[in-house]
Design a protein around this ligand. Structure first.
Ligand code: GLC
Ligand code: GLC
Length: 648
C-alpha cells in the first residue's frame, strides 16, 4: 500500500504539460490567442510543475492520473475565463503587492450574517459601523444553503453555489463583495471542504446508490474498518455524536462523519473530489471572496493507525488547492483553521499552503494569563513559536464562534514546573465559574468523562467578569472586567498579525441563553456565545461613560493606534522578560520605528525597574501612545492594574 512515490522530474512535468496544453486549447478554440488566454498560459508555465508534483504525490500511481490532471486544468481554465474583469484587476494589484495582508492597516471582524444584520442587505447597511471601527477584513460565517434545524451553524453545506434564502442570493453576495472592496474591505468566507451536509446533491446522489457519488464520501459496509480506524481517533463532539462514523440504515452503510452525523467527510482519495471542490473554491473566488478560511484542515486525509489529523497528505492537498488558486484566481489568500497542538498549527503556514493562520496558542494563553494573572507561560509559549515563515501572518483572536479548548503543548507547562492536566482542569473550573473567586461566567463544553477533557464556551465579556459584575452591581468588578477586555484586545492589535474582533465583543455583549428555546441550537452550547447583535446596546457606544462606550472607544483607539504606527506591520515580534511575572512584554519594530508593549495581567499595580528598562534599551523618557502621556522613569515604571502601555 505504502510504496514510496517517486516525485516527477521537471522534465516529466514539462512533457506532461506539453501533452495537456493542446487538448486544453482545443476545448477553448475561441479564447486561444486572447490576452486572457495568454495570461492563463503564463501562469500555467509558472505553477504547473508545482501542481503536477503535488498531485502526483497525492494521486500519482493511478492509471487515470493524466485524465484527472487534465480535468483539473479544465476546471481552472474555465474559472479563469469566467472571472470578472474587476477581479482580474485585483489579481494584478495583489500580484504586485502580495503581502498586503501583513499590513498594520488591516483590522478584522467576524459575524454571522443573520445574527449581525439579518441578511446581506443588512450587512451593506452596517458598513458604516464597520468602518467606524476601522474594519478592513470582514469574515462572514457560513451563509450557504444548509439543512433546516441543526446545521452546525452553517458548517453543514448543502450547496456551495446557493445561499441560505433568508440571507440573500449569490448576486447579492457578488454585489456586497464589490461594495466592500470599494470601501477598502476584503470579504472573507469559509471554505468548508472537509465535508458536505447530507443534503448536498452529491450526498443525495450517493444516498440513491449512485456509485460515482458514493465514491465522493467514505462509506463502509460494516464496522470492521470503522472499528480499526476508531482505535486511534479522538471524538470531536462526544456529547452529540460519539465516534466518527454514522450508520445509515436505508443505505446499509457506515459513513465517515468527523463532526456531526449530518456532515459527511469528503473522500479526497478520489481525485474527482479534489477537482469538484477546486471548482467550488474558484466559484467563491469569482464571487469576490478575497480570503478563504480553510475549515477543519487537519481532518482532510485519513489513514488507518493514525489520529487522522495533520497527515502529510492533508498538507499536500491544501498546497494543491493553493496552486490551483495561483493559476486561476491569484488574488485569493488562504487562512488555516487548524485547532490542534501548537507545533502542528505552524505546519499549515507557508506561502505554498496557507498564508495566514488563526493563532490558537495566543488565544488560549491569553485566557490562561487572565485566570492566573501570570504571563510566564504566555511568553514562554510565544517565544518558541510566534515566528512564521516570510510572507505569512497570524490572525489573532480572543475568541471566535467555537469553544475554547486548552490546546497547550504539555511541554511548555512541564518546563515551568507545572502539571498540564491539573492546570487544564483548573482553567475549566475557573472559566465555568466553579473555582472559588472566579469572575468568569462560562460553561463546560463537550465534557468527556472518560478522558476528563472539556472545553469552554462564553463571550469575551462574560469570561472577563462583566456578566457577574453587572448581576452583582459591583462597580469595581465592572471596571476590572472592562479593563480585562481591553487588555486582551490591546494585545491582539499590537502583538503581530491581523486582529480579529468577534462583533459584539466590542460592545461587551454577554452570554445568551435563548438558544435553548431553539431546537436547532439547543444542545450545542456554542450558541451561548453567539448572541444576536444588539444594536440598541451598540447605540450606547456614543456615551463614553457607558460600559459599551468604554469598551468600544477603547477598541477604536487601539484600531487607530495600530493603523498609525508602522511598528505594528508584519509579525516579527521580540518577546522580552519584563522581570515581573504579571507583565507580558514585547517589542514591535518595523522600518525604524520601535515600540515596547507591556501588559499587566494583575489587578494590582506592577513595577518595572528603571534598570530593566535601560537593559531593554529604553531611554529615561518615553511616550505611552495608548494613554497619550509622556513618562519619565527615573527609578521605575509603574503599571496600573490591568494596564496596557505601548512605549515609543
Ligand atoms: C470548524 C468550525 C466549527 C465546525 C467545524 C465543522 O471547526 O469552526 O464551527 O463545527 O469546523 O465544520
Ligand atoms: C475541534 C476541532 C476544531 C473545531 C472544534 C469545534 O476542536 O479541532 O476544528 O473547530 O472542534 O468545536
Amino acid at each position: 500500500m505504502h510504496q514510496p512515490v517517486q516525485t516527477p522530474t521537471a522534465k516529466e512535468s514539462c512533457l506532461s504539460l506539453n501533452r495537456i496544453l493542446p487538448r486544453l486549447r482545443n476545448s477553448f478554440p475561441e479564447e486561444v490567442g486572447s490576452a486572457d488566454w495568454q495570461a492563463f498560459e503564463d501562469r500555467l508555465d509558472d505553477h504547473f510543475p508545482q501542481l503536477f508534483d503535488l498531485l502526483w504525490r497525492i494521486y500519482g500511481p493511478s492509471y487515470d492520473f493524466f485524465f484527472h490532471i487534465e480535468a483539473i486544468l479544465q476546471t481552472a481554465v474555465q474559472s479563469w475565463l469566467d472571472r470578472p474583469a474587476d477581479l482580474k484587476s485585483l489579481d494584478a494589484i495583489r500580484e504586485g503587492h502580495p503581502h498586503w495582508y501583513q499590513s498594520n492597516r488591516l483590522v478584522g471582524a467576524m459575524a454571522y450574517v443573520d445574527l449581525f444584520a439579518d441578511n446581506l442587505e443588512g450587512i451593506k447597511e452596517r458598513i458604516g459601523y464597520l468602518k467606524e471601527l476601522g474594519v478592513s477584513y470582514l469574515h462572514l460565517m457560513p451563509l450557504f444553503k444548509s439543512p433546516e434545524g441543526d446545521d452546525d451553524g452553517g458548517y453543514a453545506i448543502s450547496s456551495y453555489r446557493e445561499l441560505d434564502p433568508g440571507i440573500g442570493t449569490m448576486d447579492e453576495l457578488r454585489d456586497l463583495s464589490s461594495e466592500l472592496r470599494q470601501q477598502g474591505m476584503s470579504l472573507v468566507l469559509d471554505f468548508v471542504f472537509n465535508h458536505t451536509s447530507d443534503e448536498h446533491e452529491w450526498a443525495q446522489n450517493a444516498f440513491q446508490g449512485d456509485e460515482e457519488y458514493m465514491a465522493y464520501y467514505r462509506m463502509f459496509p460494516n464496522r470492521t474498518e470503522p472499528d480499526e480506524y476508531e482505535r486511534t481517533l479522538r471524538p470531536i463532539f462526544p456529547d452529540a455524536h460519539p465516534g466518527s462514523f454514522t450508520y445509515r440504515t436505508s443505505m446499509g452503510k457506515w459513513i465517515w462523519t468527523t463532526f456531526n452525523n449530518f456532515q459527511w467527510d469528503l473522500n479526497y482519495e478520489n481525485p474527482s473530489v479534489f477537482n469538484a471542490m477546486a471548482g467550488e473554491m474558484l466559484f467563491l473566488a469569482n464571487a469576490g471572496v478575497e480570503m478563504l478560511r480553510m475549515d477543519a484542515v487537519p481532518f482532510l486525509w485519513k489513514e488507518k493507525g493514525t489520529s487522522c489529523e495533520n497527515l502529510e497528505k492533508a498538507h499536500l492537498l491544501i498546497q494543491a488547492f493553493n496552486t490551483v488558486a495561483r493559476i486561476a484566481a491569484p488574488a485569493l489568500v488562504f487562512k488555516s483553521e487548524a485547532i490542534v497542538a501548537p507545533d502542528e498549527i505552524k505546519k499549515y503556514v507557508s506561502e505554498k499552503e496557507c498564508h495566514l493562520s488563526y493563532n490558537p496558542p495566543l488565544m488560549v494563553q491569553l485566557w490562561n494569563s487572565i485566570a492566573t494573572r501570570d504571563a510566564r507561560v504566555l511568553s514562554h509559549c510565544l517565544q518558541k513559536r510566534f515566528q512564521l515563515p516570510d510572507g505569512c501572518s497570524w490572525v489573532n483572536y480572543v475568541r471566535c464562534h467555537d469553544d475554547i479548548g486548552w490546546g497547550f503543548e504539555d511541554r511548555d507547562f512541564h518546563e515551568l514546573g507545572m502539571n498540564p492536566a491539573d492546570h487544564r482542569w483548573f482553567l475549566n473550573r475557573f472559566f465555568s465559574g466553579a473555582e472559588e473567586g472566579s469572575f468568569a461566567r462560562g460553561c463546560l463544553f463537550q465534557h468527556n468523562p472518560v478522558t476528563g477533557d472539556a472545553r469552554i464556551c462564553g463571550t469575551a465579556a462574560s469570561l472577563c467578569g462583566l456578566e457577574k459584575a453587572i448581576a452583582e452591581e459591583d462597580e469595581h468588578g465592572i471596571d476590572f472586567a472592562i479593563k480585562r477586555i481591553l487588555l486582551l484586545h490591546s494585545i491582539l492589535f499590537t502583538v503581530g498579525g491581523i486582529p480579529l474582533i468577534y462583533l459584539g465583543d466590542e460592545i461587551g455583549q454577554l452570554n445568551d441563553h435563548s438558544y435553548h428555546a431553539d431546537p436547532g441550537k439547543d444542545g450545542d452550547d456554542r450558541w451561548m456565545h453567539r448572541p444576536k447583535f444588539d444594536w440598541e446596546r451598540a447605540e450606547k457606544r456614543k456615551d463614553p461613560e457607558s460600559i459599551e462606550g468604554r469598551i468600544f472607544n477603547g477598541i477604536l483607539k487601539l484600531s487607530q493606534i495600530r493603523m498609525n504606527n508602522q511598528a505594528f506591520h508584519e509579525c516579527t515580534t521580540e518577546f522580552v522578560d519584563a522581570e515581573n511575572h504579571h507583565v507580558f512584554g514585547y517589542f514591535r519594530t518595523y522600518n525604524g520605528q520601535s515600540i515596547l508593549c507591556l501588559a499587566n495581567f494583575s489587578e494590582h499595580p506592577q513595577d518595572l525597574s528603571a534598570k530593566r528598562l535601560r537593559q531593554l534599551g529604553m531611554r529615561k523618557t518615553f511616550t505611552d501612545i495608548i494613554a497619550g502621556k509622556s513618562i519619565v522613569a527615573t527609578e521605575k515604571l509603574s503599571l496600573e492594574p490591568l494596564q496596557f502601555v505601548a512605549l515609543l
